[in-house]
Every structure is written in C-alpha cells, then in structure tokens.
Write a protein that binds this ligand. Sequence first.
Ligand code: PLP
Length: 470
Amino acid sequence: MTGSNGTNGVKVTKPTFPAEAATKEYAASLDAQDPLRELRDQFIIPSKANLASKKLAKPGLSKESSIYFCGNSLGIQPKAVAKYMEAQLDTWSSIGVCGHFTDMEDSPLKPWQLLSEQASESMCKLVGASPEEVAAMATLTVNLHLLLASFYKPTEKRQKILMDWKAFPSDHYAIESHIAWHGLDSKENMVLIGPDEDTYEIPTEKILSIIDKHAEDAAVLLLPGIQYYTGQLFDIPRITEYAQSRGLIVGWDLAHAYGNADVKLHDWNVDFAAWCTYKYGNAGPGAMGGLFVHERHGKVDYSEGEDSPKFRHRLTGWYGGDRSVRFQMDNKFKPIPGANGYVVSNPSVIDLTTLLASLSVFDQTSMAELRQKSIKLTAYLEFLLLKDTDEKTRLFEIITPSDPNARGAQLSLLLKPGLLHKVAERLQDAGIICDKREPGVVRAAPVPLYNTFSEVYTFVETFKGALAEQ
Ligand SMILES: *Cc1c(COP(=O)(O)O)cnc(C)c1O
C-alpha cells in the first residue's frame, strides 16, 4: 500500500461546501453533526478574560473561551492532567520508593517501572506502530541525536544526508553536528530538498529525483512528516519506499504530524522516526517525546549465547536494558527488544504522567476519526477564506497545499508585505490565538480534538475584517 495519507489508507477527496455554507448558522449545524464534538469538554481552553488580564487580548472581553488555533505550536491542557498529576503525587508521597513496583488500585497509572510501557501502548496507536516499536523518552532533538547515532553510519561512498531545505533549526543543527562528529564536511554532506523558485510545495516527483541523484552517495533521508512552515504533509509511504529502494535509511521527524496526520509507520516500513508530544499531542510545554524504531531494527539475537546479545548499535543506558536484569548491576547490557532498547535514562514519571493524561483523550477516539474531522474542518477554513475573493486582489495567499492528502490541520497564510503586524493585532484583540512567523505568515491550525466549525467561521470573519481595513 503506497501513497495513502488520507483516512483508512485511501486518498481522500476534498469535502465541498455549498455557497450558503458561509454563515454562522451553517457553521453551527456542522458542529451539531460533529460526532467528536464532546471531546472539546475535556480541555481547558484559555478564556478571553484571562488573556486580557495579561494584555494578550483587548480589555473588557468576556469569560468565554478564546479561539485557540495554535495547537500546531503548543496544545492546550487536557483536564485529565490535573487528575493524573494528583494521583502520581499521591503515590510518591504515600509510598516513596515503593512506587517503582507497587500497584495503586485507585490510580489510572501503572507502577513507575511500567509507566513508559503504558505510554508506548497508547502512543503507538497515534503513529501506526506496535507498542514494541515505540518508546516514550527524552525530547525530540535529543531523540533525533540518539537515532542518528544508530542509523547514520557514513561509509566511504555514502556520507550525505538528504533533508528539508527549510528544516526546523533544531533538526538542522542536529544533522549538521552529526556529520561533523564523524569528521566530515557538513556543508558538503547536507543535501537540501526544496521547492522550485517562487513556489512553496515540494512535489513528490522532485524529492524522488533528488533521491535518484544521490542514490550512490547518500546514507540517510531525514524529512519532516509535515513541514512546520508551509504545513505540507509529505507522501511518507511513497518517499520511504523509493529512498529505501535506492539504498538509503529513511527517518521522519513527526513533530507536526503526531496527533495530526494518520501515519502508519510500521506498514510504511519507515526505519526510524521521532516526535514531540506538546503540539497536536497536548502533553504540555517541553513534554516527553517519542521515537519509533521499526521492528526489524530492534531485534536482539541471542544465537551466540545468553551473554553475547547481538543488536543494532546505539548509545546505551541502563533503562534500555531488559527489566528482568536491570537491577542486577552486572554490567552486561541486554537491550529490551524494540524501541525501548533505545531508552537511556530513568524517565521522569512526572513527564510520563502528563503524557499519559494527554493520551487518555486520544484513547477515546482514533486517528482515523480525528483525521476525518480535521480534513473537513480545514477544508471549511479554506472554503471561507477563499470565498468571494480572487487571486488578483486577495491580500493573502494560502501557501499550504490545497490537496487534503498533502496537508494536516494547519493552513499557512502568507500576507502581502507590511500587513502581518496589523492583522496579528486584530486577531489578538478579538481573543484569537494563532501563530505568526515573520516576515508575513499567519499559521492557523483548527485542531479536531477541541476546535469547532463555528470558531473557524469567527476566525475568518475577523481575519477578513482586518484585511478590509488595510
Ligand atoms: C517543534 C519542533 C522541534 C522542537 O524540538 P525540541 O527538541 O522538542 O525542542 C524540532 N523539530 C521540529 C521539526 C519541530 O517542529
């Protein structure tokens, strides 16, 4: 199965809306039909009054919820976080070190030694993997470093890393420093994949042709699942298969895809992946990250004896060691088979607790259902934005692909020069939170877990109102 970024593994067609859909009433009717509408109640949405009290919105706004379209940057707090945290603090205060192994009947959380596995069991569903292929650990950039240490093995011939031309700075630094760490020239060995001049979308065919060009001298392809700036969702299965057929190892940074796109890392045969959990994942600022290592790379082979396990090279630590021997302190490393063999340190149970709270919301639905709503929500946003405007006079351009198979929740709106500041101010005044990127991009992400069609409607009214003032 290739080329399937939509729902249930088939290409989706874009939902269309009749002309009369551009009303408040129509938006409300879409909300009333939304099977996921009740999930919103499980989140604490910042109120306009709270924002105003910090000068983050106009004074005098009511206690009603703000319109939070910034889940691509930091998700809002699930109500479950407080409950889970309280349970965890209770365990720690009431039984101390015994919390490592003791089951607390009235807690939703497993003993600390089993907590990261509890996280893997839920998190794997968001990325289309088995629990053994997923580890909750560390943070995104750290995990990229650990994965590159294991998967980037430059040889005499193959030294280059193919990557996004506008990679998120942290990814750029991580790749650059790995190349240098091997004593190689980073400029020469970073191959940037970008769009054609004056365009934003990178065609899959172009990516494939760059892979062809470097079929003899590249070691790794590492791309974002969704590009943070343009919101482009890449054709992960097709690109992965193609690059592997040319001898490359393929990794994906799913920072903007986790909890947003319906990815199937196992079936798509991806070699490795990493993500943060605080964007569409809602696990809290700086929350614990996750990584994926395909089953075939996580095997531990004992055919040469109990004391000589063979496994893929990695940077190791005691928490990647099998739990049954972890406390024997005999300095014989026997990795946990799968991604958890990549864990290094004793994980923070506080971080695991907020992560598990956020996952408890995802556990009530599925990525297929979320994606189905998301496609409609974002298509509605696009429909309203473009309605009654034409390309020549429009003061903004949507630089996110218009094909729903090639984007997630976010639309990136590139404003004509000089408008960003004013428009951002109007949105802020109205209690709308979304993200601005200089020189002229507003990134708006209606999130299917907690945003509504009515909010999309109000956002577009405010946005177009601000442009009309120019
Ligand atoms: C958000 C984001 C990061 C952040 O990395 P941290 O290690 O969590 O600080 C890195 N890369 C990409 C592509 C991102 O979108």
